[in-house]
Design a protein. Sequence first.
Length: 367
Amino acid sequence: MKTYPIETIDMEKAKELQFKLVDTIQRHFRGDEFLQSGDYGVVPGLGKPKYTKKVEEVLADFFSVESCKLVRGAGTGAIRNVMNAKLNSGDKILIHNAPIYPTSKGIMDSMGLKKVFMDFNDLSSIDEKEIRNLDFCLLQHSRQNIQDNYNLKEVIEKLKSINPNLYILIDDNYVVMKVENIGVQLGGDVSAFSLFKLLGPEGIGCIVGDKETIKAIDKDNYSGGSQVQGHEAMEALRSLVYAPIMLAIQKEVGDEVVERINRGEIIGIKSAFIANAQSRVILVEFESPIAKGVLKHANELGAAPYPIGSESKYEISSMFYRVSGTFLIANPKLEDYMIRINPMRAGADTIMRILKEAVDAELKWGE
């Protein structure tokens, strides 16, 4: 099986991202100011805590965009806020012809949006006449399907060349701090993603992009209860500093595990490969339908059996889990023959030990 993982940064690039973020922080905060935990409340003239505003300015500068907004509801909340600001019930939305991420589909269905599907893997096949009559597009930076191979920058450039007024929202969940440029830096109008997936506090989402859209989102979220408080914003920013290195280590471990499996280190495995499903993970394909049994044994051996926030601060143990829901929609048979492994903070030796023992136990049990 061939996959097309998104190109991710190496350790040196990860260091550069960390240093860039710290430099940006020190340009915006006084030394003693950054040592504070943050403030609370709807500050007159700002409509939000001062520290929240300050963190938003740091992130806007870091991603080289006009504006930034921290929101509640994590990545889904960020996407929902953009859609609410730009779309009305019954409007059309252009999306890739693949299984839609469930929470994004829920937003579309609740708004009564009319989905227009096009295959971005083959840009020569898209309907240019239809695109000229559309106003909004949602692109997912990560993969929706194992066979997806589109280059996000090329898709954005193609769509904008056909219809410069097409508003493009990039779902950048699962890729921020793993890639050199997120969607808004590649020509999209706005990027939305979860900071919980980047070691931050629960439920905090981020929107970076054009100031007019973010101004409208600010207006919709004027109430005190809608605000991300200053201490939450500061925690999210501090945590984000550590994300690039953590994710680069995770990449190195994943690459090593795939290489060792494909050298035949574990009997009973057909192959392994890297894929974005939704995070950058290891997909392990077995020679026989033992996937469910392997997952059961892996849990007993210490592997996390399900995600919390996908690479959140709580996820330390390597995760052995079923193939993603969108992939299973495309190919239900994968449930019996394949699992995904996210190294999280574990090393390659730990993952190989658990995988070997789980496979051996299941093959022995099945004899």
